[in-house]
Design a protein around this ligand. Structure first.
Ligand code: G4P
Length: 533
């Protein structure tokens, strides 16, 4: 990058941006923590607002009635808030029944993540899945161990669980004093500050500086026996764990750990204060031709999510777009490279905590919403001029499958069109078997099947149904050797399909079956993700 390509105001804006997501298993406390973070940022005024947002959305949405029936939100959102001069973009990761490929793909658009672990549960399956995606990009992770006001596992056992299941080294930055009824607070190991937990605790309460843990003041504050426990614990962990290393955090091999209770807003501020200091500002992104630095003057970005039904009045779709470099200004013309057209973005949306507003300017790390009438698909790159294609916004292998049965044979064309569109939007993935005519659709979360049926009916007037099918694993296959690939195709024809972009995909019943195939065909590559064409 040459010096004249750097703009000082742009650099300033980038430095103060943090774009992140929360990864957790349902019920670990993501909504509660989100709410506390938004309260700190002044983006919401009262507790309970995030939950009521969930409800309000389900109640007013008239398009996907399944959203109403199930009382959950099919869509997710972006929340922007300011904290101590930092502009923070929090991207929601749908995680309950609405867990889907979008949840994974949101992680391709963030620069860092906060992982919440329930004190009583340790590492749970969904967290493990999401960590796998973070691993692919070496996303820096800060860990928040939640619900210390309840009985749970010993902190060191949680560390062992995290290190074992997630292959990331834990470094405590705060340490809990007791838990459940005996929970007295946390000791900040680097600031040497004690945060005393009490029912009347407010996050404005400053920690008490205790430089030397032998200070008798500690015994007065938290009782002699718990003070002794803390002294022993701190001796042990200071001796046993490596110190925090910023580089190891930034390359995703070490995670700083905080303890607290989100519902009581306890331990959250410590985490947020550290987050703004150590979490990375928007950095580089890889394209098929070169790396693009956030500070480059020329504008660029990519679509990582397309959402229908944001505006039930218009039955519109919004493409969520992550800005990677340059400055976005309202009305700017950008090149949509896949279709080779210039488009003018005059009504992009930026997402504040609970509202949407029209964007005048936006910077790298920001997420803007662009109205989409079917011309934008997941992974599309827009730039001011240079033909680029960002990498790392892939399709993720689905885990649930259904065969589509068309009820009205006259609608075959409409079904084809509908499925193609829904797969471009990332709702589902569509597979056409090499042998046979019936489409198989795959999804990361089962709710997507209902969403697909509802949308096929309302947008394409297609009545269809599903047949269950004994499949649970999909892998995209490639091979350098044409002859071996031909042989593989011949022998496995009944398990092979072409996905919506024409890529050869192997579908099978279980990971064991996949293992057999991998053993039998060592020259074939079985991919869990696939980049878009
Ligand atoms: P999620 O978005 O990750 O699914 O979790 P959410 O924040 O909705 O929290 C799940 C449950 O855990 C909620 O209880 C919430 O109040 C509770 N919770 C969150 N943080 C803490 C904490 O620090 N301590 C304790 N003891 N509980 C916590 P719920 O009964 O399911 O919902 P609600 O009736 O409280 O809304």
């Amino acid at each position: 990058m040459t010096l004249q390509n750097i703009d000082k105001t742009l650099v300033k804006e980038i430095k103060k941006r943090r774009t992140f997501a929360i990864i957790s298993h349902p019920d670990a406390g993501k909504t509660t923590l989100t709410e506390k973070l938004l309260l700190f940022g002044g983006a919401i005024q009262q507790a309970g607002a995030v939950k009521s947002r969930k409800n309000a959305r389900a109640a007013t949405s008239d398009f996907l009635s399944i959203e109403q029936e199930r009382g959950i939100s099919v869509s997710s959102s972006v929340m922007k808030f300011t904290y101590k001069d930092y502009e923070i973009n929090l991207l929601d990761t749908p995680g309950h029944k609405d867990f889907s490929e979008d949840t994974y793909r949101v992680l391709t658009a963030v620069d860092c993540a906060v992982m919440i672990i329930d004190n009583a549960k340790g590492v749970e399956p969904q967290t493990q899945k999401l960590m796998e995606v973070c691993r692919m990009r070496n996303t820096p992770i800060i860990t928040f161990i939640n619900k210390l006001d309840r009985e749970g596992l010993e902190p060191l056992d949680i560390f062992e669980d995290i290190e074992d299941k997630l292959q990331i080294e834990c470094v405590p930055l705060t340490w809990p004093i007791g838990m459940g009824k005996r929970f007295k607070g946390v000791y900040n190991l680097s600031k040497k500050e004690l945060g005393v937990f009490s029912s009347g605790y407010t996050p404005k309460d400053d920690g008490i500086f205790i430089d030397d843990l032998t200070d008798p003041k500690l015994d007065e504050l938290i009782s002699q026996s718990q003070a002794d426990e803390l002294r022993e614990d701190v001796d042990l962990i200071v001796g046993a764990s490596d110190p925090f290393d910023l580089d190891l955090y930034l390359n995703g091999t070490q995670t700083p750990v905080f303890f607290g209770s989100a519902i009581n807003n306890f331990g959250v501020k410590e985490m947020l204060d550290t987050f703004i200091q150590i979490a990375p500002a928007p950095g580089k992104h890889t394209t098929t031709t070169r790396e693009v630095a956030a500070e480059e003057k020329a504008f660029s970005g990519f679509t990582f999510k397309i959402q229908a039904n944001m505006d039930p009045e218009h039955r519109d779709r919004i493409a969520f777009f992550r800005i990677c470099s340059g400055k976005f200004t309202k009305g700017m013309k950008v090149k949509h490279h896949r279709i080779g057209k210039d488009i003018k973005i005059s009504n992009a949306t930026i997402f504040m905590a609970q509202e949407r507003s029209n964007v005048e300017v936006a910077f790298p790390g920001d997420i803007i919403g662009i109205h989409n009438h079917g011309t934008i698909k997941i992974g599309d790159t827009f730039t001011s001029k240079e033909p680029l294609k960002f990498l790392g916004i892939p399709n993720f292998a689905p885990e649930h499958f259904r065969r589509v049965i068309l009820k009205d044979p006259m609608k075959a064309k409409a079904l084809h069109k509908g499925l193609a569109q829904l797969s471009e939007e990332g709702t589902i993935q569509v597979f056409k078997p090499l042998t046979g005519n019936l489409y198989i659709i795959g999804a990361v979360g089962v709710l997507q099947f209902d969403v697909t049926m509802a949308r096929l009916k309302s947008e394409y007037s297609v009545k269809a149904g599903y047949e269950t099918i004994d499949l649970s694993v999909a892998r995209w296959v490639t091979c350098e050797d044409e002859k071996i690939l031909k042989e593989f195709k011949k022998k496995n024809e009944s398990s092979l399909t072409l996905d919506a972009e024409g890529w050869l995909t192997f579908l099978t019943t279980s990971v064991y079956q996949l293992g057999f195939a991998m053993e039998e065909w060592p020259d074939i590559h079985f991919h869990k993700t696939r980049e878009h064409n």
